[in-house]
Design a protein around this ligand. Sequence first.
Ligand SMILES: *Cc1c(COP(=O)(O)O)cnc(C)c1O
Length: 345
Amino acid sequence: MNPKKIITPKQLQSHIDKLPRINIAHLPTPLEEMPRLTERLGGPNIWIKREDMTGLAYGGNKARHYEFEMPHVSEAGYDVMINIMDYHSNNARMTAAAANKVGMRYILVLKNSATRKIQGNLLVDKILGAELHLLDEFQSSTAHEYATQLKKDLEKEGHTPYLIQDHLFPRIVGMVGFVQAGIELKEQIEQAKLNNVHIIGVAGRSLCGLIIAAKAMGLDWKFTGVTVNYDVPLKGYIFEHNKDIQNLLDLPVTFEEADMRVLDQYVGEGYGLMTPQVAEAIHIAAQTDAIICDPNYTGTAMAALIEQVENGGFNDNETVIFLHTGGLPALFTFAEQLANFNAKI
Ligand SMILES: *Cc1c(COP(=O)(O)O)cnc(C)c1O
């Protein structure tokens, strides 16, 4: 990399500090060793960055996102947020929590939810006071039309509603939370004296935020993104908005497709459908270093980490850092499948 383009952590911080922010995440999150998983797999040293511990209503990566995304919305004058998500969505829950923090009214249109048990994220959504619209499978195919009608009705009542799915740019704004996380992680990595850092996690905005931070500060971290079924696609959305975040932060560099090794083979059959390999990985992480992963996102990333270590997908001299992005309430939505799963630990 051109050394002229490298900026110091302090300089990067000053770029971030120009943006409006609310403090709703417990930071810094810990960076910890996973000695028992490392021993079990017999490969490189494995560490974990605990974004599951951001605190806000059971935590997860979106607490960092909303530190920047929420002021972006409220300062634009919106007074009610509408979100369309699936019944077990972490995003649905974290948005409810962040909305409460700033006193924003929140309407949640949940697909495939009408006949579900009130459990996991859905239970937390309800307790947080999200105004729930539970759609059945038939209605779900027209969820966007449904939400648009709600929006029109609110406008007639004099509100200024914000339908999240119609404004993709703020979701990129949320990525700034993970540029911030990159500064935090750099300090922790130096303190722990880790070398040849290779970060693995769900392929999405969070990893891209870390990539920007690493490139801006001239760090040699490597990145592996694990594809999960998720409504924010890498190609055609995240990678196409790399200049937007660069402009927003006024940085000399941004992330590119080539900065991330993407693994597509763990994606399974669909959003919310847990593969046996993911169920197995959830048990392995829990029964080694007592780390709980979720059935959609972090369980899939953990399954990838385990298989990649076993198959030589990392060099032995690397320090593998697992980015735990949260999602814990979703575990309880899959109670039956997990309880009936026979883990061969
Ligand atoms: C939303 C979510 C992700 C993906 O988020 P990005 O910001 O796109 O990286 C990953 N893991 C969990 C648990 C999530 O809820």
